[in-house]
Design a protein around this ligand. Structure first.
Ligand SMILES: [Zn+2]
Ligand SMILES: [Zn+2]
Length: 138
């Protein structure tokens, strides 16, 4: 159900086969520079918004990669079988929530991360806004 005025956004993989429509604003937004997130994304850090399962609609094929994050938590990453982009994930730590990769949204106004996890693992050049808490674990 979409409430009047509720914001819709669409996250898409690189080839467009896999998409996630989100309704409303994310409950939380974070970046993470842990080894797993860097390897998983191929980038300096991951950046994701958390939505309730009931606030997202997944369309298209995906495959799951189940593994343990550096925090020790079990993670399930969903990626596009064609282009390999990781579009969404679930973790046992936050049941009922789905993480959606912020970089997959075409909209440029996706909110900034509220904190950076595993901050000590980030590359030395990476600066975030001064009011962003830097956390050295997760
Ligand atoms: Zn794709
Ligand atoms: Zn991480």
């Amino acid at each position: 159900m979409t409430e009047p005025g509720e914001r819709l956004r669409t996250a898409r993989c690189g080839c467009g086969d896999l998409s996630v429509v989100t309704r409303g604003e994310p409950l939380d937004i974070y970046a993470c520079a842990c080894v797993t997130c860097r390897a998983r994304t191929g980038s300096a850090f991951s950046y994701a918004g958390l939505f309730r399962e009931s606030a997202i609609t997944i369309a298209g094929p995906f495959r799951l990669w189940r593994h343990q994050a550096e925090s020790g938590r079990a993670l399930e990453n969903a990626f596009c079988p064609s282009c390999g982009a990781g579009v969404f994930f679930r973790t046992a730590a936050w049941p009922d929530l789905v993480g959606v990769a912020a970089g997959c949204f075409a909209e440029q106004d996706f909110p900034k991360p509220r904190r950076l996890y595993w901050a000590a693992r980030r590359p030395g050049w990476l600066c975030l806004p001064a009011d962003t808490p830097l956390i050295d674990t997760q």
